[in-house]
Design a protein around this ligand. Structure first.
Ligand code: IMP
Length: 428
């Protein structure tokens, strides 16, 4: 049977989804982004050459694969054009491979100004990527936002822009006491970019329904991760979209019966950028080793990532929330030199021992992780291409993750390059 596969992050983003999507694209005919925006940063390393994608699906480097940005994605026209131009300079025929949804919300410069203003003035800043993501999603649900279909009629576009900008500027001036955004600058930029984007705008739900009917294998590429989900994550320290697998349907217009596989991607340890609770965070030398060996610096914002041990309480919750079919464990090689590797299997909260995350997400900050310890393997896993050739302690560590989550592991990543991957099962 043809598979329609959703790929989601099981942690706080940066799990290495981009590399896995790129690798699986070999077997797919279309790759779809369904939420988030250019807050995402998907890094691909192919034969030593690095490409960082922010908005465009990670399948774009493959000939014969359609890349769709669906309605759930908030689009900064400036960021999109910059990314398209960068790829074209590398010789990638983006205009032949990329399609955009008519109903995707547009991120304006004033959304970015509002995002920055909030982060500067709020006591409990979220630590956002300052890309205007939250304010753009707010305008979408408030039913006042601009969408790509507004590009069809430039007169209407400018009228809607004026109304929205009046509102944004009121907030900027009178609530945040910041500078206003210039209408004509934003309008000029939109009108210029409009010409370039119009040929890419399509009816994505109709396309997807057709591809499904034609039995195309399709990948749905999640951005961020389960615990940044606006409903299920560590609220309020979350992004403003639904990041879990269910969003693939609402964010693309393909009906839920047509999905049949969810691949959950998790690092062999944990990281988080931005603020918010992180029970297994390490503040010592071991955290620094993970950061340095794993090159844990944001691909978009360059911020150092917070690092810690794998948290199986959260991983089990991710399996549950996404109905994960199998797991992909990335960056196993980052643990290669560790003497001892820990997995959090429960929390202590006051006098209670919890096997599940606390009912109030804010209490996660008060949870003390309870660990089990595993001996390290102290040898390089990067050249290995077969599970049975991995050091026995690495095999045991992975088997333990399977047992704790009651979920099979289908892919192991042991380096940044496309080839540095162990495939245990055929996903698509
Ligand atoms: P926003 O999505 O820019 O509003 O940021 C909200 C939170 O999500 C912040 O903690 C960000 O650091 C985090 N975040 C957003 N996008 C990503 C991502 O692609 N990887 C990791 N964290 C992200």
């Amino acid at each position: 049977m043809t598979k329609t596969v959703i790929i989601v992050g099981c942690q706080w983003g940066d799990e290495g989804k981009g590399k896995i999507v790129d690798r699986l694209t070999e077997y797919a005919k279309a790759v779809v982004r369904f939420q988030g925006g250019h807050n995402a940063g998907h890094t691909l390393l192919i034969q030593g050459k690095k490409t960082v994608l922010r908005l465009i699906p990670s399948g774009i480097l493959h000939a014969g694969v359609e890349c769709l940005i669906a309605n759930g994605v908030v689009i900064s026209p400036e960021a999109l054009i910059q990314e398209i131009d960068e790829l074209i300079q590398q010789g990638i025929p983006v205009y032949q491979r990329l399609k955009l949804s008519a109903t995707s919300p547009i991120i304006l410069a004033s959304h970015i100004a509002l995002d920055v203003a909030r982060e500067k003035t709020t006591e409990n800043a979220i630590g956002t990527t300052r890309r205007g993501i939250g304010p753009a999603y707010e305008d979408k649900v408030a039913r006042r936002g601009l969408r790509l279909c507004d590009f069809f009629d430039s007169k209407q576009l400018l009228k809607k822009l004026q109304a929205l900008l009046d509102y944004h500027n009121f907030l900027l001036r009178h609530y945040y006491h910041m500078d206003e955004c210039d209408y004509s600058q934003i309008a000029d930029s939109l009108l210029q970019i409009r010409e370039k984007l119009l040929p890419l705008i399509t009816d994505i739900p109709t396309l997807l329904a057709k591809y499904h009917q034609d039995n195309w294998p399709i990948l749905f590429e999640g951005a961020q991760g389960t615990f940044l989900d606006c409903d299920q994550g560590t609220y309020p320290f979350v992004t403003s979209s639904n990041t879990i697998a269910g969003a693939a349907s609402t964010g693309s217009g393909l009906g839920i019966r047509h999905f049949n596989y969810v691949l959950g991607v998790s690092k062999a340890y944990s990281t988080r950028v931005g603020n918010g609770p992180f029970p297994t965070e390490l503040f010592d030398q071991e955290g620094e080793i993970l950061r340095v060996r794993g090159q844990e610096y944001g691909s978009v914002t360059k911020r150092p990532r917070r690092c810690g041990w794998l948290d199986s309480v959260l991983l089990c919750r991710a399996v549950q929330l996404n109905s994960i079919s199998s797991l992909c464990i990335t960056k196993l090689d980052v643990l290669d030199e560790m003497e001892v590797i820990k997995i959090c299997t429960a929390y202590r909260l006051g006098k209670q021992v919890l096997q599940e995350p606390p009912l109030h997400p804010e209490n996660l900050a008060n949870c003390v992780p309870l660990y089990e310890e595993h001996p390290g393997w102290k040898s390089s896993t990067t050249p290995i291409r077969k599970f049975s050739a991995l050091p026995i302690n690495a095999q045991r560590y992975l088997r333990r993750i399977e047992t704790l989550t009651n979920t099979p592991i289908s892919i192991i990543s042991i380096g940044a390059d496309r080839e540095e991957t162990i495939m245990l099962d055929k996903i698509i």
